[in-house]
Design a protein around this ligand. Sequence first.
Ligand code: BG6
Length: 484
Amino acid sequence: MVARVIPVEPFDLVIFGATGDLARRKILPGLFHRFRAGQMPSEAKIIGSARSEIGGAEFQTLVKAAIVEFVDETLRPADLLEEFLQRLDYVHIDAMGETGWDTLKKALRQDTIRTFYLSVSPSLFGAIAERLSTHGIATPESRIVVEKPFGHDLQSAQALNKALLRHFDEQQIYRIDHYLGKETVQNLMALRFANSLFEPLWNSTHIDHVQVTVAESIGVAGRGGYYDQSGAMRDMVQNHLMQLLCLIAMEPPSKFTPNAVRDEKVKVIEALEAVELSDIVRGQYRSGRDNGSYFDDVENPDSRTESYIAMKLAVGNWRWAGTPFYLRTGKHLRDRVSEIAVIFKDPPHNIFPNKMEGRKGNALIIRLQPDEGITLRTTIKEPGPGGMRLTEVSMDMSFADALGDDLTSQDAYERLIMDVIRGDQTLFMRGDEVEAAWAWADPLIAAWDEANQRPVPYDPGSSGPEEALMLMHKGGRRWRPIGD
Ligand code: BG6
């Protein structure tokens, strides 16, 4: 199958922080891929901006180096790359001062969609939004994109929202959670709402529990300064895992429009019941040997920040009463695996007594990464004439096999940037949604801080702390293995 490409309107995209790591790794390579696919019209213009006092030619050299580093050689023929570089311009801007803004204004075209992508520290969001407005650069049709972290707690998130809303309307603000740009995450909505098969079973009558796992094999070395101030709760749960939970648990929106979808997601966050500290396990990878200790990676031997968290949540509404949601995420685990496992209840009556031993039951596994796909675990008869024996098999579907690598391997940023240009906010977090997620997370963080709680240790390369296994065992359940 070949990807259908619908070109977007001509645009002027200004990237603040254009020489930074995210721009080099994700934003600029993502734009190049869309250019390569023919989605970017010839009138598109990308203006890099940062504190560095470099010129347009030097910026092109930086971008070229980034694309050579992060885009496979076979996908970047020299002539195409040169053509892409011609779309680039650079304006040196002092975000906190007045330098460069008038130059930027002159570089932008009238009657062309203006998008301002703030790939900078959140402490600069307000200052940049203000200058875009006071210098008459932002128009009522302009869009502003902001990266995570969107706040450190409810209060700081509210302050960021206020600072942006002073100069932009909510319909102009695109808050990125890159998990929403992942193909399989969007597929969750297609799976649930474009099929009649699953939705009738999607409730506590039929679902025993749901497991959401986002396991990473890398540690936090290299970004310890940021990470130690955040931990797994702020870095992953409040945003990425919360978004996954919302898409699994939400009611069907009446239509696939930004506000209809986001209204339903907010309702899920608001329906979350208070979590007991005993239903949360916080861990820290530790090892006396060479394979890394959290303390060394963050250069803080007394850190109480978690690099792993597992928790049991309850969505208190009619659909989900009685079905727990287990979330876990961590660094330096056995493997890089992200998946959602929906575990169904046993049939109400067993007509095969003694034939079902060891059976795990029906499960729908949605693999987010790697090897994106869906597996449905079912029970069937074991073949052969020797009586009626039962066994379990998986109906396995890999998106790459079914649809082709090219369609499934796009990076989340490619999709998200094009959605901004198209003016589609469905895959971006609304202000109230981010605030609701912080309002949920804040009391939990405060509770473990108040209890002076230390995370429990786990071995790097393991499946996480033993205590997390117990969290499941208490409910008579088991985590799915992380990796093979
Ligand atoms: C980021 C977190 O938002 O997501 C990182 O700050 C994490 O700590 C990353 O590693 C995971 O993203 P992905 O796309 O690799 O699963």
